[in-house]
Design a protein around this ligand. Structure first.
Ligand code: ATP
Ligand code: MG
Length: 433
């Protein structure tokens, strides 16, 4: 495109062409302003009606809000302008005129509900505070990648179209693959284990997972982004260390690199990075603490899964991130290894006070135990032969986890709804856009 100056780079004394969206037109009579917005900010374009060419004034002030325009002129210092500079236009070119009937007000003066916003994401993203979420999302994923690389992990991409699900038929979206039934993968679990078992050893993947769960909650999506880790010669404690490191790296990156975005979200004052080690509670301690809060109608007993109200009560009690370890084997998946006493699994969850962020554990790497696990879970091991047979050719002990990307973003930013952390969410009601 033609030489274009970002609004943030326009300096007094320059002759510049700025291009972007018409944010607002302020007509004060003899003088009027067009506020032009681009990815870097806003700039004021000044029209002195009596001193300027009529056509220029008419074009500049007659254009509808959100139209795309290009303005060339002299950049001058103006202390009264919001950014301290303004452009005195010599030409205004309307590149793409916007329909004056906007489905959503990008200036945010008129509130819109989430559904209207999601239907019109392009307009919604023109708001600073919405754009800030996605800038921060990008920074969080970048920081996670960097931290994994520091842990000597190789980034991998595993297939999303699969013949069998990770844990059998539930929660899977079926598709037709050249006339045969296939599924959208619910987790890279089995594939990442297969690669950790090669001498690549440590891998991570940031990619979509598909879950056909029926419930419509503020923390579930039907297509989510999973941040996965798997490492050979790692146990559950190593995997917890990596999970804790990635979560903290995300907070640190936001604190260090996203000042403007936090400002736009009104979070700059209160934003803090979690301090100290995340406490590690056993499942047994967790249920005792939940019972002691008296928040549940019925006391939890060994073997119960933790209900959402229980997690909430414990989260309030602990007051920060924490792990729950040593789950009863019966409520963790078959590919998680037991330890010591057969009843205990190496599975762990990393919790934010508001919700679960991570599930992980050491994996069962012993072929015969794995086959037993499939059978106990009512799954046919033959269907998973592509996976199980690799455990016969030298499979090291290994451990890993899956961290919900949107849940991480949502908890870091205190978003009420997980849909705020995805550009185009997929949920029970939404398949388009
Ligand atoms: P939950 O019990 O909260 O539904 P889960 O235990 O079924 O989660 P896992 O299979 O353990 O989920 O997946 C690992 C992580 O992936 C979760 O801790 C969560 O952060 C994220 N995750 C799982 N399912 C979803 C979903 N439907 N939407 C968004 N994130 C999800
Ligand atoms: Mg889980």
């Amino acid at each position: 495109m033609q030489d274009r100056t970002y609004t943030a780079d326009a300096e007094p004394g320059d002759d510049a062409t700025v291009a972007g969206w018409v944010h607002e037109i302020r007509d004060l009579g003899g003088i009027a302003f067009l506020i032009l917005r681009d990815a870097t900010g806003k700039i004021q374009i000044k029209f002195e009606k009596d001193e300027m060419d009529d056509d220029l004034v008419e074009t500049g002030l007659g254009v509808s809000r959100e139209s795309v325009v290009s303005v060339s002129g002299a950049v001058e210092e103006e202390p009264r302008a919001p950014t301290g500079v303004e452009v005195v236009p010599e030409s205004v070119d309307v590149i793409s005129a916007a329909d004056p009937e906007l489905p959503l007000d990008p200036s945010g003066k008129v509130d819109a509900d989430l559904s209207t916003r999601l239907d019109n994401r392009t307009l919604d993203l023109r708001k600073d505070e919405v754009q800030a979420v996605f800038e921060i999302r990008a920074e969080i994923l970048r920081a996670a990648r960097e931290r994994f690389r520091e842990f000597h992990c190789t980034e991998i991409n595993t297939p999303k179209i699969v013949a069998t699900g990770t844990e059998g038929g539930t929660e899977l979206f079926p598709i037709t693959y050249f006339g045969e039934e296939a599924f959208m993968n619910q987790s890279p679990q089995l594939f990442k284990q297969l690669i950790a078992g090669s001498n690549v050893e440590r891998v991570f993947e940031i990619g979509p997972i598909f879950r056909a769960e029926e419930h419509n909650t503020p923390r579930h999506l039907n297509e989510a982004t999973s941040i996965d880790f798997e490492g050979a010669f790692c146990d559950q404690n190593d995997a917890m260390d990596v999970a804790e490191g990635v979560v903290k790296a995300a907070y640190e990156a936001v604190a260090e690199n996203c000042g403007d975005e936090l400002e736009a979200l009104g979070l700059a004052e209160d934003f803090s990075v979690p301090e100290g080690d995340f406490p590690r509670l056993s499942y047994e301690e967790a249920i005792e603490r939940i019972n002691a809060t008296g928040e549940l109608d019925e006391q939890l007993v060994w073997g119960d899964d933790l209900p959402t109200e229980g997690e909430k009560a414990l989260g309030d009690d602990v007051g920060g991130h924490y792990f729950i370890t040593d789950w009863p084997s019966e409520i963790k998946p078959f590919y998680i290894m037991d330890h010591g006493d057969e009843e205990l699994s190496t599975g762990f969850d990393l919790m934010h006070p508001r919700m679960e962020l991570v599930s992980g554990g050491q994996r069962e790497h012993r072929h015969e135990h794995l086959i037993e696990g499939f059978e106990q879970q009512g799954l046919d091991p033959d269907q998973f032969e592509y996976y199980t047979k690799m455990f016969k050719y030298g499979m090291p002990p290994h451990a890993g986890f899956g961290l919900g990307g949107e849940r991480l973003i949502m908890t870091i930013l205190g978003l009420d709804n997980i849909r705020e952390a995805v550009l185009f969410p997929r949920d029970r009601q939404r398949l388009s856009p």
